[in-house]
Design a protein around this ligand. Structure first.
Ligand SMILES: C[S@@+](CC[C@H](N)C(=O)[O-])C[C@H]1O[C@@H](n2cnc3c(N)ncnc32)[C@H](O)[C@@H]1O
Length: 278
């Protein structure tokens, strides 16, 4: 067995024993990170020296302790972009990528569209929208704090604008009222007493939990979106899988919304709602 192949086998066994859900993929990504090679070229890599072996062992130990893979390698991939992540910021999840698809049509239909990402965290949604709708002005809103530091770092050198503010603030982005074409929002939404996976404990509580029913932030996000969007503008709002009825019902009870639809994620769970501003 070649050295990389043996390291991958041993690493996969360690992560399997630790209960990691995707042990082989994680081991490959950790070794690729340590060796500085693309994952697809791992088996062609030279025999790692002692320093690389020690670094790989340390990375595996962190993953055995269920540090998120993305914290260890320092980046998360999201659609066609990557963002820097680590302690203090929520690691973007694949299911959130679907929100981008929901708003691209309304953005592509305009020459100079405006999009707002509420509860932006690392800026993954805002940056993905800027990447896929390059003519759009994109504003990322995140409350001041550690996540905002990551946001500013990820937005540096891009045209995406940061607004460090609270979505509860009724004066948020007052200058954009009634002129925004799309709002995306992946807010905190997990009910406070829900047991979460070990990796989720590395996400900031403020990014994950939202009161006893998980709905402490969503009604505010809906209000801000309704104020910001022009008639015909589109909101895509992620929610907990237990909110598949509650969130569409909140929108349906509000005359500011029409064409409300409920959507599932790639695992079939209720995950986000889309609505058009009347
Ligand atoms: C689930 S994370 C989503 C981050 C990012 N949009 C993503 O999908 O990866 C929710 C984010 O909302 C932020 N947040 C929580 N409450 C907020 C509030 N009242 N105003 C603004 N941001 C808030 C958290 O700090 C966190 O970054």
């Amino acid at each position: 067995m070649t050295a990389p192949r043996a390291l991958l086998a041993a690493g996969t066994a360690r992560l399997t024993a630790a209960g990691v859900a995707t042990p082989r993929v994680d081991t490959e990504l950790l070794l690729a990170h340590v060796l500085g090679v693309d994952r697809s070229r791992l088996l062609l890599a030279d025999d790692p020296g002692p320093d690389a072996r020690a670094a790989f062992d340390a990375a595996l130990t962190r993953r055995e302790h269920r540090d998120p893979l993305q914290h260890i390698i320092g980046v998360a991939w999201f659609r066609h972009i990557e963002v820097a992540v680590g302690p203090g910021v929520f690691v973007p999840r694949p299911e959130t990528e679907l929100l981008v698809d929901a708003v691209l049509p309304v953005l592509h239909a305009r020459a100079a569209p405006v999009a707002v990402d509420l509860c932006s965290g690392s800026g993954a949604l805002a940056l993905a929208i800027a990447d896929e709708a390059p003519s759009a002005r994109v504003v990322a809103v995140e409350r001041p704090g550690p996540a905002a530091e990551w946001l500013l770092r990820n937005l540096a050198g891009t045209a995406v604008e940061a607004q460090l503010a609270d979505v509860i603030d009724p004066g948020l982005l007052a200058e954009l009222r009634g002129s925004v074409d799309a709002v995306v929002c992946n807010p905190p939404y997990v009910p406070a007493d829900v047991e979460v996976a070990p990796e989720v404990r590395f996400d900031p509580d403020v990014a994950v939990f939202a009161g006893p029913d998980g709905l402490a932030v969503i009604p505010h996000a809906i209000d801000r979106a309704a104020e910001l969007l022009r008639a015909g503008g589109v909101l895509a709002l992620e929610h907990d899988d237990t909110h598949g009825k509650a969130v569409p019902a909140l929108l349906a009870a509000d005359a500011r919304w029409t064409a409300i639809s409920a959507h599932r994620d790639l695992t079939g769970r209720p995950r986000y709602a889309v609505a058009t501003r009347t």
